[in-house]
Design a protein around this ligand. Structure first.
Ligand code: HEC
Length: 346
């Protein structure tokens, strides 16, 4: 901004004329009130919440503006959040957009339906600041800018766009799409997931929590084998056998595991239930090996039950690797909960 302080008159009893002239038309002249003329130095794109690696709660995640060095991530003391901030790898192309269809929202946003709804509420505010002037308050494509001038109205979320997954909405906010620009510099990844959740409620009337889980059971109350009466358990209810443990990378049953399985075999011998027995790992290490390991563990359980006289056709082994977590993988405790053998009556 170019200010011209050629004539400033100040009245203080008598009127006084001050002149600040310069022959250079680009010169701002003299600065009588420098604080007004120049903004305070603002360090764009730093986290104001971080001073020498100490977090200041009130200032955390204050919007910053310089682009980070390629491949770096912002510092977060919270491991889950650091994971959310990892570089986005889906490329800006139709191929990337299609691949993003399967990009899952991090589990922590879905720990419970209340938590998901709270995130969506925050997303609603951000949507109000960044999206509704184009897309309209209800996503009907009737935002203020659309009614002025000859703009293509952004299509309604309720029509052809209704089938877009959360991963795709995140993709569109990150990279932009067609006539819509990227919002990656305005919204960090955390905020983008929140806005995406809110867009989902505009698409469907609510966030459709259960569909969002896509097999994840994070936050679900665990039903322990040692605490239930198996006859009361209905089909489709997952029961966890916590006493079945394996050494790292191994699928050999321990004596303690066998004792627990003897109880299960005893039950199966006196009724006709059919079980799917599944192995699950945490998310450390290579996922293909995790799947194989979890399959081998489930098979070890099934072989043991068969050796106790249960027909093979009544016990089916499945290995899911880390794809069905029941807890966040960011802590030792969460990882331990995810490593498990469970069964379900089918
Ligand atoms: C400046 C206007 C404008 C703003 C602001 C804007 N959009 Fe859009 N958006 C559009 C237009 C135009 C399209 C249609 C793009 C096309 O297909 O060419 C669109 C399309 C979309 C789509 C569908 C893309 C697809 O092909 O599936 C989504 C989802 C979307 N916007 C989300 C958002 C969200 C979330 C925000 C806020 C962070 C936002 N938009 C902000 C104009 C805008």
């Amino acid at each position: 901004m170019k200010l011209n302080f050629k004539n400033i008159s100040i009245l203080s009893g008598t009127s006084l004329m001050m002149m600040a002239c310069s022959t250079n038309p680009d010169s701002p002249g003299h600065e009588y009130v420098p604080d007004m003329y120049r903004s305070q130095a603002i360090e764009a794109y730093v986290d104001y919440g971080l001073v020498k690696d100490v977090e200041i709660e009130d200032l955390k995640n204050t919007m910053s503006a310089r682009k980070p060095a390629e491949g770096t991530i912002p510092y977060y003391a919270d491991k889950d959040m650091a994971e959310v901030m990892m570089p986005y790898t889906y490329e800006k192309s139709i191929k990337g957009f299609m691949a993003a269809m399967d990009n899952k929202i991090p589990s922590q946003y879905l720990e419970s339906e209340e938590i998901a709804l709270a995130h969506s509420e925050e997303g609603k505010k951000l949507y109000g600041y960044f999206c509704s002037h184009c897309h309209g308050d209800k996503g009907k494509g009737d935002g203020g800018v659309v009614t002025v001038g000859e703009f293509n109205p952004p299509a309604a979320y309720s029509e052809g766009y209704k089938s877009r997954t959360l991963g795709q909405i995140f993709h569109v906010i990150t990279h932009g799409q067609g006539a819509m620009g990227s919002h990656a510099s305005q919204l960090n990844k955390d905020e983008r997931w929140k806005v995406a959740l809110y867009v989902r409620s505009l698409q469907h009337g609510d966030i459709k929590y259960n569909e969002l889980l896509q097999g994840r059971r994070v936050g679900e109350k665990e039903i322990l084998f040692s605490e239930v009466n198996l006859a009361d358990i209905n089909k489709g209810i997952y029961v966890t056998m916590r006493k079945i443990n394996f050494a790292v990378g191994s699928f050999d049953l321990t004596a303690q595991s066998k004792a627990e399985l003897d109880t299960l075999a005893g039950y199966l011998l006196t009724n006709s239930d059919v079980l799917e027995i599944s192995g699950h790992t945490d998310n450390t290490g290579d996922e293909n090996s995790n799947v194989v390991l979890s399959q081998n563990r489930a098979k070890a359980v099934v072989s043991y039950l068969v050796s106790k006289g249960i027909e093979n056709s009544r016990v089916k082994a499945e290995g899911f690797g880390s794809s069905v977590p029941v807890a966040l993988n960011s802590s030792d405790e969460g990882r331990a909960r995810n490593r498990r053998i469970e069964f379900v009556k089918i």
